[in-house]
Design a binder for this molecule. Structure first.
Ligand SMILES: [Zn+2]
Ligand SMILES: [Zn+2]
Length: 338
């Protein structure tokens, strides 16, 4: 089998490996579709605090069970999609229904989707692996992970009482936020610098602001009658951008830091905004099994225009070109097929 590895920052290569065989409770999945994600690019550029090099890449994938170990509740031929983490199910966070905060959730994970086969550990098989609903193609099912994160982000935020949401960043996560907030009845303004992505947002029904050409502050002021936005979501993971968003938030509103930032990132906040203006700065990380179920239900119902999120399909062997195009271009996600 082949698997895509990042050997050290900037160095990616397709390696040959022996086929894995599943132990008790484990399952080997033959990948049918794996999607690119900003996390892969961050890993390639600067490494990942929780994943040492050399590391396999790809974590948004769907496929078919190739072999199941003893006791695994799946059979050969089952079409499956994993949620990424395997929470322990026993710690206080898991007991409280906040499995996304389980400290050991990422000790067992579904990782390595850019390859022919992936061995899934027992906790992932038990708690994170799901059957793909009838009729849902693998490239759509593979959106489970990013969509579940966005489902949580929406659930964590206070609904903006004026029904207006600003999303900073125009990539796939911003698109999913825009879809879900508009389904909830909100109007959405997406701010970004990639024209093709902004075009997809407009076509889907969002307002956009191209920050290369216009001031986001003025666009938000005009849109909200000078009051600012009740909910602003950062999907860029850029501390400078996140700091620049605080002035856009209305009094009593919320800034949600959705995207992860480098481990040493610090934000400086005007404390008066938090105290006198009662602006809430909140976060949202990963998702629980229930949010993964909700995401899969949304995908199965056709509520997500997945063709606007997964904008192209290419063979895995063309990974170099795909990664180059995605870092410099402005496509959304590419589906890599082994
Ligand atoms: Zn991802
Ligand atoms: Zn736990």
């Amino acid at each position: 089998m082949r698997a895509l590895f990042c050997e050290r920052p900037g160095e990616v290569l397709l390696r040959e490996l022996p086929d894995p065989s599943p132990g008790p409770g484990e399952v080997v999945v033959r990948v049918a579709a794996a999607l690119t994600c900003g996390t892969d690019f961050k890993m390639i550029r600067r490494g990942h605090p929780k994943i040492p090099f050399p590391a396999r890449l790809g974590h948004e994938f769907a496929g078919t069970v190739e072999r199941a170990g003893s006791g695994a509740r799946f059979r050969e031929g089952d079409r499956v999609v994993p949620a990424v983490s395997g929470p322990c199910g026993e710690c206080p966070d898991c007991a409280a229904g906040e499995e996304n905060l389980c400290r050991s959730a990422f000790e067992q994970k579904a990782w390595g989707g850019f390859g022919d086969l992936v061995l899934l550990p027992p906790r992932v098989v038990d708690r994170a692996l799901r059957r793909v609903p009838e009729g849902l193609p693998p490239r759509c099912a593979a959106l489970l992970d990013p969509l579940a994160s966005v489902v949580r982000g929406v659930a964590r935020a206070r609904s903006p009482r004026d029904g207006k949401v600003v999303v900073a960043g125009s990539g796939p996560i911003a698109f999913l936020f825009s879809v879900l907030w508009r389904r909830a009845g909100a109007e959405v303004l997406v701010a970004g610098r990639r024209s093709r992505q902004l075009g997809l947002h407009r076509r889907a029904g969002a307002r956009t602001c191209d920050v290369r050409e216009a001031s986001l502050d003025s666009a938000v002021a005009e849109w909200t009658g000078g009051r600012g936005a009740r909910l602003v979501i950062d999907t860029t993971g850029n501390a400078t951008v996140a700091e620049s968003l605080l002035p856009l938030v209305a009094r009593g509103g919320e800034l949600q830091l959705f995207a992860g930032m480098p481990g040493d990132a610090r934000l400086s906040l005007a404390s008066g905004r938090v105290h006198y203006d009662e602006v809430t700065v909140s976060g949202s990380f990963h998702y629980t099994p229930r949010e993964a179920d909700e995401a899969l239900g949304l995908l199965a119902s056709g509520a997500i225009p997945s063709g606007d999120v997964v904008t192209s399909t290419r063979p895995l062997a063309e990974y170099e070109e795909v990664f180059r195009d995605l870092s410099y271009g402005d496509a959304m996600k590419t589906c890599l097929v082994p």
